[in-house]
Write a protein that binds this ligand. Structure first.
Ligand code: GLU
Length: 304
């Protein structure tokens, strides 16, 4: 039997003192206030026990991790039409790259790069009555936690500096791949990215994808087929232009965000979340990736 708490303690103490912790994101000025020395790990095992170390209970900006949750809601509204508007291929490009979008006539490579996530946001704005509130309630419901909220300072910060996202949304609009107004869709998108959650809350939210579409309060939200697709997209597209490296080193589907969080999971087994705000040059948490590589190596648990 593996002693998961011991494994997590080992990883935590090994990496906590590492000198190179990466660089905290500064292109969203509000995120720059995070400390590169924060570090948390949370493991939720389907067997029923949870294990953790460090800053696992501190809420941080989930940023791109929200794209998976947005997709999981959008897929319940438009399972077929959605895939006409967004492809499912890795982009091999940074999250905010635009030239491919132009080359491919306004069809984003996948729902986890910014352009793709903006199309998903558009679908949610179309289908939800009060989009921001309803989406937040969905996240609260699958997490079983009513305290989760937006950080409005992060929203304002991104609105001021999100020129790339404005460019992407305008390009999508020019290619007829955005039904609602650019401003309305981006307002929703910036809010979804500005949700704050702790490692524990994210592990509870992503339980859905490891537990065949059923969330922690036992409500079924997704079919098995939808879960299969979302996990496949996380594996192939969840880490910007480093998805190959993450599969190679860690071997799990997952998603990172520029707030320094990473969620990864092994279907029918566990969800693991790390938070360490210092990023590598590809925009993924430097220590988080190392922690997850150590975890799957030490426990011999990966999809491969
Ligand atoms: N809100 C961020 C952006 O659109 C998300 C980036 C990320 O976490 O990858 O730039």
């Amino acid at each position: 039997m593996i002693d998961f708490q011991e494994v997590i303690n080992e990883i935590y103490s090994d990496l906590k003192t590492t000198k190179d912790k990466g660089t905290v994101a500064s292109y969203i000025p509000e995120l720059e206030k995070q400390s590169a020395s924060s570090f948390g790990i949370y493991l939720k095992h389907l067997g029923g026990k949870d294990y953790h170390a460090g800053d696992w209970d501190v809420a941080f900006s989930i940023q791109s991790i929200s794209k998976v949750l947005a997709l999981s809601k959008a897929i319940t509204f438009e399972n077929k039409n959605l895939w006409q508007r967004v492809d499912v291929e890795p982009s091999g490009n940074p999250f905010n790259h635009l030239s491919l979008l132009e080359q491919e006539n306004g069809i984003p490579r996948n729902p986890l790069i910014n352009a793709g996530a903006i199309v998903i946001a558009d679908i949610l704005v179309t289908h939800l009555k009060n989009p921001k509130e309803d989406f937040l309630n969905y996240v609260r419901e699958i997490t079983g936690d009513q305290t989760i909220d937006f950080n409005l300072k992060v929203v304002a910060s991104e609105k001021r500096t999100g020129f790339n996202n404005y460019a992407a949304a305008n390009l999508l609009k020019a290619y007829n791949n955005l039904d609602n107004d650019v401003e309305e869709v981006l307002d929703f998108y910036f809010h979804q990215c500005a949700i704050e959650m702790s490692c524990k809350q994210l592990a509870n939210a992503f339980y859905l994808f490891t537990h065949r579409g059923e969330c922690i309060n036992k409500t079924k939200h997704l079919t098995l087929n939808q879960v299969k697709r979302i996990n496949a997209i996380m594996l192939t597209c969840g880490f910007y232009d480093e998805a190959g490296e993450f599969a190679f080193e860690v071997g799990l589907p997952g998603k990172s965000g520029v707030g320094g969080g990473i969620v990864a999971l092994l279907p029918n087994d566990f969800v693991i979340v790390t938070w360490a705000p210092g990023l590598n040059e590809k925009g993924n948490s430097l220590i988080g990736m190392q922690a997850l590589e150590q975890f799957t190596t030490k426990t011999k648990r990966s999809i491969f």
